[in-house]
Design a protein around this ligand. Sequence first.
Ligand code: CA
Ligand code: CA
Length: 547
Amino acid sequence: MKYKSLLAALVISIGSFSSFAQSVVTVDTALQYQTIDGWEAVSNSLEAKSVRDSVLPFVDELIDIAVNEVGITRLRFSYKSGMEDTVNYFQQVIDGDIEYDEFTQHRYAKFNDNDDPFVADPSKFQMAGLDDNITNVVIPFKNAVEANGDRFYYNLCYVDFGDQSDFNHIDDPEEYAEYLTYAWSYIDENYGFVPDGLEVILEPDNTAIWNANVIPPVIAAVGQRMDALGYDPEIIAPSLKSLLGIPNYFNAIANNPTALSYLDVLSYHRYGGNTNLAAQQEVVDIAEANNLKTAMLEYDYNGDVNELHYDLKYNNVVAWTKYALMYKSDEKFAYVFVDGTDPEDPQFGICKQTKYLRQYFKFIRPDAVRVQADVTPGDIDPVAFVNPDGTQVVVIKAEAGDSVIVNGLNPGIYNIKYTLGNYDWGGVNPSTYDFDLPAQSIAEGEAVAFDMPAKGVATIYGSPVVTSTTDRGLDSVFKVYPNPTQSTVFIEGDFQKPQDYQVTSIRGEVLTEGILNSNPQSLDLSGFPAGVYLLNVDSQTIKIVKE
Ligand SMILES: [Ca+2]
Ligand SMILES: [Ca+2]
């Protein structure tokens, strides 16, 4: 009888905690998968003249929202094939001499600069559109990303829709290589940086002249020419409109060993094969067998958290692109919209689907490593990461309300933020947006627990590593120097008594430990490989960079 009442009390106690089903998530940082390269937006949506004139004066506000509110870290520039031309049509658009529509008649029309693909004539490359993009968008965007301590990624994507001229870059792979290396040298000389990625050809299966067989020779040619110039872009291909064609396109590349040696990222769009999970697994299998990254680089209207979550968790993508950085209304293909009702004070806002995507983008940072996250039966699906600063992030996509317990997190303080609503295709504005539950502090072996009230996306994210203890009531503060270090660091603090210390990897593996009993105390890291390590003392953590 006694046991029965105890059981009843326990049931009542759990019942009063939550009326939902319960799911237990277990994070295991020992099982690691892909490393994130970034969240991408296409920046060309700012090039139409009407948008340029109305938005560019306020572009810093747009960038602030895109970078700091949404979390975008990566920009794609569509490098249209028609910039090798005798006429500077884009400059004429800027100057108001022609309409943007007239520019579109020429943007894929190519005129060869001369007969020598190894000698570029600068007067025949019309870079006004690239200059406009870099000056007005890329540089301030890059600065904003880097100010957050994040890595910016610039993806230069060759686009060749339409067969508008007799000459084509695929006529001679060296002409393609000239056109792309010209861009790299031009950006390097004029702006002092170069793109990080070269997306070889946008949607070759959506053009009149590209196919699987013409891609390998251009990859081989441009890879070798970039090498000769000292550039090493990530080569991204085949960026098919339909991922169903990837095995065929990949096999063509694999038959050209030089091309295969340069390929880094197996990229796809989701306009075909979106529901074909076997075809997606085939992409993953090809990538794994050939040591390639995967990336989902466009799915405009229909790309929502269902695709993002699946791509991260099952397709191992390192980058994900919905589409446009900005559009003039809350359209489903853009991240940010602008309400230009008052041209003197345009109002930028986050598009409704982006409000769900942001639960991932803003908290999973470039160079985050995905780790295992299992869940007992429930209505939720977790995906977990370790950020480069060592903080852990778990994003939960919940089909319905649920009581959630998250195990396997490092000790620390965890924030819980959710956005509720129908995130599915054509999704609606959230019923609850950007809602914060009180932060939870957990010790070793403890779990974060909270109620997810309804369908939506929740993010559990660790607070950045604490370097000051004044607000935590701890009995000591300490510092480490030199940091970065090449061998020895000194640990100095106002310790009242000897302190245990641990040095761990960013995944939490203990690499060495001991007791601090002198002040300062030296710690020899000369035997450690270069990398980032975490020093734990008195429940504080300091990041140490070993060079
Ligand atoms: Ca040429
Ligand atoms: Ca030439």
